[in-house]
Structures are given as structure tokens and as C-alpha cells.
Write a protein that binds this ligand. Structure first.
Ligand code: ATP
Length: 309
């Protein structure tokens, strides 16, 4: 059996249109596919947990039709069964994981490929533990986790009212850009201590820190251009104290990966990362937002299989 978890709201309706086409494809029935639709935030994780429990003997893979947020929920919902392959069929607004693993096909063609002759990629996911929660409360991420301005942009971009206006004004492709421009006026630098492989660095007026599994971020920006998803560690991008006009220059160059030439931008390699601050930091993880005062980040010990085409 092949399960498809669909977020019908992803990509402002793109996922809903795609699953209709997939369900009409003869392979959908032939390969014993069954689709489940999310009804609220967090539902994909619950569906994945239940599917793994109920169908553990017959389940071959889970396909995700949605965006990076839905994928994030599914990898966490299937953490008790790390050997189960996951296929991501991008239909969200960002879809950075698809770029990060180099998916060539899309839509129904990708579904057909994944259900018949999938290419496989094994990689270690990121693990994060915010606020020194019990290690049993650890969670996984596939794209990146970022603190500071990064987290604030995502928090604004995910607000239902903001999304509603973006859609109404037909600006949904520019959601993150508009959120960035809106926040730029009232953005506050952050102070924190960053521990990379045990070595401490202190920052008192930085803009953001982002820990990445692959180069892509925010819908196609190459935030860490040299990163590869198969690496055993992370790349950690720190943007130190920077003027507002330079943030705009940074934003224009990040699509080409040229921002790393700015003197305020540093990229480090690390296997383990810890960030701690006296203030509450906004963070985003795979496009979902949260807040914490400290967070530990490392790679998972076990590799996970994803369909890469
Ligand atoms: N039925 C639903 N109604 C409202 N929100 C939902 C529903 N199902 C899932 N969600 C939430 O929608 C959020 C965004 O979904 P998703 O990431 O799949 O799409 P996206 O934001 O369009 O794409 P991307 O993350 O790639 O930019 C997720 O955090 C998820 O929890």
C-alpha cells in the first residue's frame, strides 16, 4: 500500500489541483494508493503516526503532496519507522526540499516515477531540541532552522490574515519578500552565544543565524550555496550586525549565492550547534515558526531514505 498525505491548502490550492490529477491516473488504483487530506496545522503529523501504526505491515512508502511544512510534519510523524521511504511531490509555495535533493520532474510525472521506479537518496536529517526539553522531545528537520530575523519573517508570512491578503492581492509568490520588507522597518538585532562543535562565539547585535541541511531556503534562495544534503554535518550561516540598506543588497544577491561575499556574512561547518540567549528568539524550522531561548542541533544518527526522482 502507498499512502499519500495531501495538504489541500498548500501552495494556495496547488496541492488540491494536483491530487485530483493524481487520483485520475491509472497507477493510483493499480499501485493501491490511498490519499489522506489534512484539515488543520499539525494534522499531517497525526495522520503519519496513525498510518505507520495501522498499516505497518503493508505500507511501502508515504508520498507527500504539499509544501515543506507538510513534509516536516510527516518526517516527525514517522520517526518510529525511519526505514520507511518518503517521497516529496512539491505543491507548496516554497518547496525548498525538492530543490535541495535535486528533483527533476514534477506533478503527475513525478508521482508516476516515484510509484514505479523511484531513485533513492539517503541522508541524515537534522535534529533539534529547543529549550533543553527532554531529549525524547527531539524533533527532526529537513531544510533548515534559523533564529532571529529569519524566524520573524516566517512568523509573519504564516499568519492567516497576512496569507489571506497576499492571495487576495495576487501577491502570494512574493509572500516572504513582502514580509521581509514589512519587518525591515522594525527589525531588532539579537544577542546570543553560538557553540559550534563545542567552540563558543558571542554575538551582540547580529541579524540572524541559520543552520542548513542543503543550500535552499525561502523559496529558492541559495543561502548556503556550497552545502550538500549528503554532508555529515551542517553549514551555519551567521549574519552579523548589518545596516538596513545592506540587508536589501543581501536579499538581491542571495538568489545567486553571492551574499556570502559580504563581510557581515560568515558560513561555518559544524556537526553540532547550540544557540543560547538571554532574550526570547524567534525561530523558523522548515518554514514553521516558534520561539526559544536556547536550542541544540545535531544530525540524526540514522540515515533516512527519500525518493529523489
Ligand atoms: N487544512 C489545513 N488548513 C490550514 N492549514 C493547514 C492545513 N493543512 C495543513 N496546514 C498547515 O499549513 C502549513 C503550510 O503548509 P505547507 O508547508 O505544506 O504549504 P506552503 O506553506 O504553501 O509551502 P512551503 O512550506 O513549501 O512554502 C503547515 O504548517 C501545515 O501545518
Amino acid at each position: 500500500m502507498n499512502i499519500i498525505i495531501v495538504n489541500p491548502k498548500a501552495g494556495f490550492g496547488k496541492a488540491q489541483k494536483l491530487i485530483k490529477k493524481v487520483q485520475k491516473d491509472p497507477l493510483y488504483k493499480q499501485k493501491n494508493c490511498r490519499a489522506f487530506f489534512t484539515e488543520y496545522a499539525g494534522h499531517a503529523e497525526k495522520i503519519a503516526e496513525q498510518v505507520v501504526q495501522i498499516h505497518h505491515e503493508t505500507l511501502s512508502c508515504i508520498l507527500v503532496i504539499g509544501g515543506d511544512g507538510t513534509l516536516h510534519e510527516v518526517i516527525n510523524g514517522t520517526k518510529t519507522r525511519p526505514s520507511l521511504p518518503i517521497g516529496f511531490i512539491p505543491a507548496g509555495s516554497g518547496n525548498d526540499f525538492g530543490r535541495g535533493i535535486g528533483l527533476k520532474n514534477k506533478g503527475v510525472t513525478l508521482f508516476r516515477k516515484m510509484i514505479t521506479h523511484p531513485k533513492k537518496l539517503q541522508c541524515n536529517q537534522g535534529v533539534f531540541v529547543p529549550n533543553q526539553r527532554d531529549q525524547r522531545g527531539k524533533r527532526y528537520f529537513v531544510n533548515s532552522i534559523g533564529f532571529g530575523f529569519d524566524g520573524e519573517i516566517v512568523a509573519l508570512a504564516n499568519r492567516p490574515l497576512f496569507r489571506k491578503w497576499m492571495r487576495r492581492l495576487q501577491l502570494h509568490k512574493f509572500t516572504y519578500t513582502i514580509a521581509l520588507l514589512q519587518l525591515l522597518r522594525r527589525y531588532n538585532p539579537i544577542s546570543f552565544e553560538l557553540m559550534l562543535n563545542g567552540e563558543v562565539r558571542k554575538y551582540s547585535n547580529a541579524m540572524m543565524v541559520t543552520v542548513t541541511n542543503h543550500p535552499y531556503y525561502g523559496g529558492g534562495m541559495k543561502i548556503t550555496p556550497q552545502m550538500d544534503i549528503r554532508n555529515s554535518g551542517f553549514q551555519v550561516l551567521v549574519i552579523d550586525e548589518i545596516s538596513k540598506w545592506k540587508i536589501l543588497a543581501l536579499f538581491l544577491t542571495v538568489f545567486l549565492g553571492l551574499h556570502t561575499k559580504l563581510k557581515e556574512v560568515r558560513v561555518y561547518e559544524a556537526e553540532t550547534v547550540k544557540i543560547s540567549s538571554l532574550e526570547t528568539l524567534s525561530y523558523q524550522v522548515d518554514g514553521q515558526s516558534g520561539e526559544c531561548k536556547e536550542c541544540e542541533i545535531r544530525k540524526s544518527g540514522r540515515k533516512r531514505t527519500f525518493f529523489s526522482g
